[in-house]
Design a protein around this ligand. Structure first.
Ligand code: HEM
Length: 394
């Protein structure tokens, strides 16, 4: 067995058992958010066993096995570091550089050579997580973790399908006879996103998710720098949809900051796709430029009405994310949590109310909500709706 295989075997077996045992002990307490003084011998075993694997890999040096194998190894090192953070063996505000020196060195080496962030990213657990004998990699064997990740993966894949259909319109142009079919593909994919969001909303246990799953997504240091937590949004598709529909614009500082911050958290192919789409004009702008004299033509009426259905479907998924998922699984449990733990709640780092305001802005941009303090396309979308309705009356 190679060192890489031995580490992978450990991540898929002992690592999961140790984390699960710790989660059960934390969860049995009255203050479920407390980790201090619980299972110290288990934590120490996890830290030591992981370090032994990583040290052997580091000593082995640069054994290039191609992108996939290296990316997979980065995921394993990242999961180990994230678990150490979760169990408070490391804590970024307490340290000026990560005490996990060997793991940091390995993660920095691989991350820099692949052009991705030197920590585990969402794709390691979702779209690029290799299952063995029916078992993908997980932190724990808790049912709620599996449910969360599997339905997140399905939602990510559905967003990617919607984005793919929209991107295929670009070389043909929005007035092409095939465009309405591609818009319908995008709409159906967004209906699927809504379906998976609903499953999460209905089946995931809020307390379990909040106390035993989400803590693995916290920020941690790799070497000197702190890297924000992973979130389900770290793929290009959702932003491709935002921008091609015209709901969000890459020249808006709030939105472009978000894009800039997520680049290295995405797979290189997603980074390329996002860069490409950032310089394209949106379909909304193209439709708004169609002269009134052409707005009664069959192609315009068909495309514009289908386009509006895609906008509505995208807005609906944004509404679900914020008003159902974030509200039920983050805001509500935070409200009942002991104040001393609150600073640690978000995966991205900012205080909860700052994060919630920013997520609310995104929701409103995606819903083209009537707001003047953000560049919402409310009025433009209303103009488009009116143009379709006018045509229907003629
Ligand atoms: C970001 C919560 C599921 C897509 C976030 C953030 C939170 C959050 C709090 C802000 C960043 C952070 O601190 O982590 C949740 C919860 C979910 C869930 C509680 C389910 C239990 C999903 C799913 C998707 C998704 C299924 C679909 C792929 C996104 C996106 C972002 C994000 C795209 C980045 C910000 C944006 O562009 O809106 N999520 N999320 N999330 N999430 Fe979710």
């Amino acid at each position: 067995m190679t060192h890489t295989q031995a580490f992978d075997h450990w991540i898929r077996n002992e690592f999961i058992q140790l984390n699960t045992e710790l989660e059960q002990r934390y969860f049995a307490q009255e203050d479920r958010a407390n980790v201090e003084g619980i299972g110290d011998e288990i934590k120490a075993a996890m830290e030591r066993q992981g370090r032994e694997h990583v040290t052997r890999l580091l000593a082995e040096g640069n054994t290039d096995q191609g992108f996939d194998a290296n990316f997979d190894l980065l995921g394993n090192v990242g999961m180990y570091m994230a678990a150490c953070r979760r169990h408070d063996l490391t804590e970024p505000s307490r340290e000026s550089s990560s005490p996990l020196k060997e793991a940091s060195a390995l993660a920095l080496h691989i991350g820099a050579s692949l052009g991705v962030t030197p920590r585990f990213a969402t794709s390691h657990l979702t779209t690029h997580c290799l299952a063995k004998q029916g078992q993908p990699k997980r932190f724990t064997s808790l049912e709620d973790e599996a449910l969360f990740i599997d339905f997140n993966t399905l939602a990510v894949l559905a967003y990617k399908r919607a984005a793919d259909a929209l991107v295929r319109i670009l070389p043909m142009g929005i007035s092409h006879p095939v465009a309405p079919y591609l818009l319908e593909d995008a709409r159906l994919a967004l209906v699927d996103v809504a379906r998976w969001n609903r499953v999460l909303f209905e089946r995931l246990a809020p307390e379990r998710f909040f106390h035993s799953v989400r803590p693995y997504y916290k920020p941690f240091r790799v070497g000197q720098h702190e890297y924000r937590g992973a979130n389900a949004g770290d793929f290009a598709g959702i932003n491709v949809i935002d921008m091609l529909l015209g709901l969000c614009q890459a020249n808006n500082p709030f939105y472009s900051q978000l894009l800039v911050d997520k680049f290295l958290y995405m797979m290189p192919e997603d980074q390329r796709l996002l860069r490409d789409v950032m310089r394209r004009p949106s379909f909304l702008d193209q439709l708004l430029e169609v002269p009134v004299s052409q707005q009664q033509s069959a192609w315009y009426r068909e495309v514009a009405s289908k386009f509006l259905q895609v906008l509505d479907a995208h807005g609906h998924t944004a509404h679900q994310h914020h008003d159902q998922l974030v509200s039920r699984f983050i805001s509500s449990p935070s409200a009942t949590m002991a104040k001393k733990h609150l600073a640690q709640v978000t995966a991205s780092g900012p205080p909860l109310e700052v994060l919630l305001r920013s997520l609310e802005k995104l929701r409103d941009l995606r819903m083209a909500a009537e707001r003047d303090d953000i560049p919402s396309r409310f009025r433009d979308v209303a103009t488009l709706r009116a143009s379709v309705a006018d045509g229907a009356q003629r």
